[in-house]
Design a protein around this ligand. Structure first.
Ligand code: NAD
Length: 277
């Protein structure tokens, strides 16, 4: 843990800059994967109600030697449970599955602007925060207009916005907005979700220069642009590889080479139109 930097959120609390994401980790494999991640040194675990593996995360936490106060657990409110009352009930369900009393970070998973419920949903998260049941609250996949509306109509500015972000889709404008408003940026799909980023010649070239792997170069890029990053792998050797990024630095020439891979295209859903619930 000592080698992993932390970032300070707008509520004064710290978040480790690297975590372990469990999207698409099958429920029956989650306990083992999270146990391995904790052994590797990861302390932030990123799950979601929609991943259906919160119980596996809870089982790994319960059996681990790592004290709970050294862990940072994130889960996300699933789309079908937006709305004030639904959000509160769904939160209780998550806490039961995770087996903890206080959650570190609760996020609204998607804004679903077409259903217009994210403001009242946010008020439920504010209530959980005021009751001390969650230490920090944030959002995921929110675009600038969604953030502006939350800030105009509610009391608490999100601590984090977790969004698709990687060198192909670096989200410069959103990151700038976050920086202006004290919101931390957390990158999902940080390795490009196995869709070719790690084979890009520019990434391979920087990896060669640095005697590192493409995944390490890309994850180091996230660290240096100031994001929290949550790569996923169920393979222990890749978990270690992805975590081992704090003893080298990318210089300006490396960063310039990496910027060549920018396409400006998302790999995942567009939050303005994504309506699944
Ligand atoms: P990712 O970019 O982390 O890619 C994961 C894939 O990359 C793995 O399945 C594996 O195929 C490959 N990989 C991992 N380590 C590698 C290595 N060292 N070398 C080569 N290949 C490697 O994508 P992700 O899992 O979609 O995103 C990470 C986490 O972000 C998720 O687990 C989840 O917690 C979160 N997430 C959040 C949202 C959201 O809407 N908030 C959406 C997607 C993901």
């Amino acid at each position: 843990m000592s080698t992993v930097p932390s970032l300070v959120m707008n509520n004064g609390l710290q978040i480790p800059q690297i975590g372990f994401g469990v999207f698409l980790v099958p429920p029956e494999e989650t306990q083992e994967a999270v146990t391995e991640a904790l052994k590797t040194g990861y302390r932030l675990i990123d799950t979601a109600q929609g991943y259906r593996n919160e119980e596996g995360v809870g089982a790994a936490i319960a059996q681990s030697d790592v004290p709970l106060d050294e862990l940072f657990i994130t889960t996300k409110l699933t789309n079908s449970e937006q709305g004030y009352d639904n959000a509160l009930t769904a939160f209780d369900g998550s806490m039961k599955k995770l087996g903890i009393e206080v959650l570190d970070l609760f996020l609204i998973h998607w804004p679903l602007p077409m259903f217009d419920q994210y403001v009242e949903t946010w008020r439920a998260l504010e209530k959980l925060l005021s009751e001390g049941r969650v230490r920090s609250i944030g959002v995921s996949n929110f675009e600038i207009p969604h953030l502006q509306r939350l800030m105009a109509e509610t009391d608490v500015t999100p601590a984090i916005n977790q969004v698709e972000l990687h060198p192909q889709f670096p989200q410069e404008e959103l990151r700038e907005f976050h920086a202006e408003h004290g919101i931390l940026t957390e990158s999902w799909g940080p390795l490009g979700q196995g869709k070719g980023l790690l084979e890009d010649p520019s990434i391979v070239e920087v990896a060669r220069r640095k005697d590192r792997t493409p995944a390490q170069v890309v994850l180091r890029w996230h660290i240096q642009v100031g994001c929290v990053v949550i790569p996923k792998s169920v393979r222990p050797e890749r978990m270690r590889e992805n975590f081992d990024i704090f003893d080298f630095e990318l210089d300006d020439a490396d960063m310039a080479e990496i910027s060549k891979v920018r396409t400006g295209q998302r790999l995942g859903a567009d939050p303005n139109v994504f309506a699944m619930r």
